[in-house]
Design a protein around this ligand. Structure first.
Ligand SMILES: [Mg+2]
Length: 246
């Protein structure tokens, strides 16, 4: 697959980037080719960026440390997790001083209890706004796929009869929070991701320009079979860097 740069909108009109992590910056603990080059390029061009992730199980300091180990020292303020975007969303939705019941601690609650689920169910049934960080039903662990935030949301939805408002991709809130922080317009902001049904669909829903990189879960045959069309497709971050340089 060669880079299919559509004539409109052109990459040179891009003023900021929102970058996914897994399958874009790294894969299975290994930094992907072009990571350091990309951040060097963005810094030298003065292009603002945010690393935005559905992952709510890591804090931005943990993610920052991981990137530093991979040779990409990124200021933690450049990292936006779905947990942070959920907090920003709540600030807009409920009056200051409102009580918030959180299911989960640092990221996903590893000590989820019947009592905790019950408290959340009572609150939702009493009319509390029900917000989820992301709807990912599983996440990978060394032992296989473990239940993710989406599995907890499904349990609460079953018990309460209320569907959550989900902040993470492909819903638009995470990206719109990122655009607000970047101070750009959606169409001049480029989402770089590896997953059609979250990164690229989320970018479309939020009105952003998108670049799919084929270093993660999406294979060229998936792209051909999908109705979700990214604005640009690149084999790797190295190709994206070449295109950004023009
Ligand atoms: Mg990814």
């Amino acid at each position: 697959v060669s880079a299919t740069a559509a004539p409109e909108p052109e990459l040179r009109s891009i003023q900021a980037l929102i970058i996914d992590m897994d399958g874009v910056l790294w894969r299975e603990q290994q930094a992907l080719p072009g990571v350091a080059e990309l951040f060097d390029l963005l810094t030298s061009r003065g292009l603002p960026f945010l690393i935005a992730t559905n992952n709510s199980t890591s804090t931005r300091d943990m993610i920052g440390e991981r990137l530093r180990e991979m040779g990409a020292p990124i200021d933690p303020s450049r990292i936006l997790t779905s947990a942070q975007a959920a907090a920003a969303f709540l600030l807009r939705q409920v009056p200051p001083g409102s009580r918030v019941y959180v299911v989960g601690e640092t990221g996903l609650d590893r000590n989820l209890t019947w009592e905790g689920l019950s408290e959340a169910t009572y609150a939702i049934r009493a009319g509390a706004l029900f917000v989820g960080t992301n709807a990912d039903v599983t996440f990978p662990t060394p032992r296989g796929l473990a239940p993710g935030a989406g599995a907890v949301l499904a349990a609460l939805q079953a018990a309460s009869g209320v569907a959550p408002v989900v902040v993470g991709k492909p819903e638009p809130h995470l990206f719109l929070t990122a655009v607000e922080r970047l101070g750009t317009s959606p169409e001049r902001t480029l989402v770089v991701g590896d997953r059609l049904e979250t990164d690229i669909l989320g970018a479309q829903r939020a009105g952003l320009t998108s670049a799919l990189v084929l270093t993660g879960v999406t294979r060229p045959e998936h792209l051909e079979a999908s109705s979700i069309a990214p604005t640009f497709v690149f084999n790797s971050l190295i190709e994206l860097c070449q295109a950004l340089r023009g």
